[in-house]
Design a binder for this molecule. Structure first.
Ligand code: HEC
Ligand code: HEC
Length: 465
């Protein structure tokens, strides 16, 4: 038993060592290979195509790259953290120079599996592609607003063009090294749309049940009771399904606001009436059962009980001209669900079944940069002119005593060997070929990099036994 635990742990550590800071372009993740259950029918995205794995890979790099902010301070992932279902625990997130966002950061789970095609709490982005470049151009968030002395997105594009890896990655993803806002959007949206979470207790149950309304065999009586209350309209139930429509738990595109109308971080009495979108109600809590962050656009709800209490008794806020009629109650006096304590805890127990596990740690959605902010792209020709027939050899691979690097006839290049942490282990000046004694190097994965006189670079992976 002891031995097994140890070897599992070592295996995991080795995997981390192997993957931290490197992306093997010859062996991409299958971003859309995850099985989507048959009962998931809502999908607001174009059908995935063959280029999507490369585009999502580029999107992953962009999502985690702090160079997308003016001062290299924050990335998308600073506010959308994988460990919190791509949300944030802060009520308002911190932007590139310390300013706070105007609303709470949204979780980004299953964005694609919805009828609603508009994004943000107030649905001001007309599509996910349109959404993805807005944080970049937000004066507080990433700072390429083009206003108030800030540079515009064109200077981000020039910045990315000057980083050798990016034109090469855009070439692979879109067939051209030219970077544009449209391709940045598409790479990011392809990555975001791949984020899927369908391994919850709810999914296990629905797969075993004839339909959503039938009792789930894997649910406790309390969870099944909570499910009934969620699905059933008032007065018999709580009516959540009318707006958060399972099994996707996406928002009803016709929803108006839910009487949460405060301005995030604002003064009492200030109103923010336009928030009619919610992210999927999946993954409100993490696998350990803790909330992935405060809830609602103003982050005002810090427990599921507070959410249920809110809906149990809705007293329309004076001046709320956009309250959804389903919550307005008779004579617009507000809704009173008259939920008992047992009803409330049952609803909460049900909401907790909607969380998955894999999405919190899956490598394809994780930070690809190492601790020093580097990624080694294995198999990336760092010049768009590099010809496909260009071949060079690193052998034996794996090896324990000697490492030979053979270059094509006529090419001289410099050689660099880096370890899995990105540290340079060996550097050899320009030559037409190399033989290195590697006996004393620790076993592990290394990167062998050659660079010619024009600065073109090629990388291969090599393993020391
Ligand atoms: C400084 C924090 C911050 C950064 C950086 C940031 N976001 Fe956001 N994100 C937010 C906030 C806050 C919202 C909700 C804003 C609103 O609705 O007004 C949001 C909303 C979103 C949404 C809408 C989700 C939905 O369901 O409607 C998407 C998608 C998104 N962000 C993607 C990104 C991407 C891609 C990047 C990087 C290019 C990024 N974000 C950078 C804070 C941030
Ligand atoms: C009339 C439509 C409507 C109904 C009915 C409704 N909601 Fe909502 N819900 C919304 C809207 C709109 C939001 C986003 C509100 C905001 O933040 O301003 C929301 C937000 C939420 C959130 C926060 C999501 C997040 O990511 O922060 C939770 C949790 C939630 N609702 C649960 C429920 C439950 C449980 C019920 C049933 C008791 C319910 N809702 C009934 C429209 C509705």
């Amino acid at each position: 038993m002891m031995r097994k635990t140890t070897s599992v742990f070592l295996g995991f550590a080795f995997l981390l060592l192997l993957t931290a800071g490197s992306i093997d372009l010859g062996n991409l993740f299958n971003y859309y290979g995850l099985a989507v259950p048959a009962y998931i029918t809502k999908d607001n995205a174009p059908a995935p195509n063959a280029a999507d794995n490369m585009r999502a890979t580029l999107g992953r790099v962009l999502f985690y790259d702090a160079r997308l902010s003016v001062n290299n301070a924050i990335s998308c992932a600073s506010c959308h953290k994988q460990e919190f279902a791509f949300g944030d625990t802060a009520v308002r997130s911190v932007g590139h120079t310390g300013g706070l966002t105007g609303r709470h950061s949204m979780r980004l789970i299953n964005a694609r599996f919805a009828t609603e095609t508009r994004f943000f709490w107030n649905e001001r982005a007309s599509s996910l592609d349109d959404q993805t470049s807005q944080p970049i151009q937000d004066a507080v968030e990433m700072g390429f607003s083009g206003q108030g002395g800030q540079p515009g997105i064109d200077s981000l594009i020039r910045k990315l063009e000057s980083i050798p890896e990016y034109p090469a990655l855009f070439q692979l993803a879109f067939g051209s090294p030219d970077i544009s806002e449209m391709y940045i959007q598409r790479a990011l949206s392809t990555f975001l749309r791949s984020i899927a979470s369908f391994d919850s207790k709810f999914d296990v149950g629905l797969a075993q049940a004839p339909n959503l309304g039938a009792p789930f065999p894997n649910f406790s009586a309390q969870e099944n009771n909570g499910k009934n209350l969620f699905l059933t309209p008032p007065p018999a139930g709580a009516g959540c399904q009318g707006c958060h429509r399972g099994p996707e738990f996406d928002i009803d595109p016709n929803s108006r606001n839910n009487n949460i109308v405060a301005v995030a971080g604002g003064q009492p009495g200030q109103l923010d009436l336009g928030n009619t979108r919610s992210p999927s109600l999946r993954d409100l809590v993490n696998p350990a059962g803790q909330l992935n962050g405060p809830l609602m656009h103003d982050g005002s709800k810090t427990s599921l009980m507070q959410v249920i209490d809110h809906y149990n008794l809705i007293v329309p806020v004076p001046g709320n001209t956009n309250l959804d009629p389903r919550l307005a109650g008779p004579q617009n006096q507000g809704q009173n669900l008259n939920l008992s304590n047992a009803d409330k805890t049952a609803l909460i127990a049900f909401l907790r079944t909607l969380s998955g596990t894999a999405v919190y740690t899956a490598e394809q959605w994780s930070n690809p940069f190492d601790a020093n902010g580097n990624i080694d792209f294995i198999g990336l020709p760092l010049s768009t002119q590099a010809s496909a027939s260009f071949s060079w050899k690193v052998y034996p691979n794996p090896s324990s005593d000697w490492l030979k690097v053979e270059l094509p006839q006529g090419l001289t290049a410099e050689l660099t060997v880096t370890n899995a942490q990105g540290q340079v282990i060996r550097k050899v000046g320009s030559s037409a070929g190399f033989v290195l004694n590697v006996q004393e190097l620790p076993a592990g994965i290394y990167q062998v990099r050659i660079q010619d006189a024009q600065g073109k670079t090629w990388v291969k992976k090599w393993m020391k036994q």
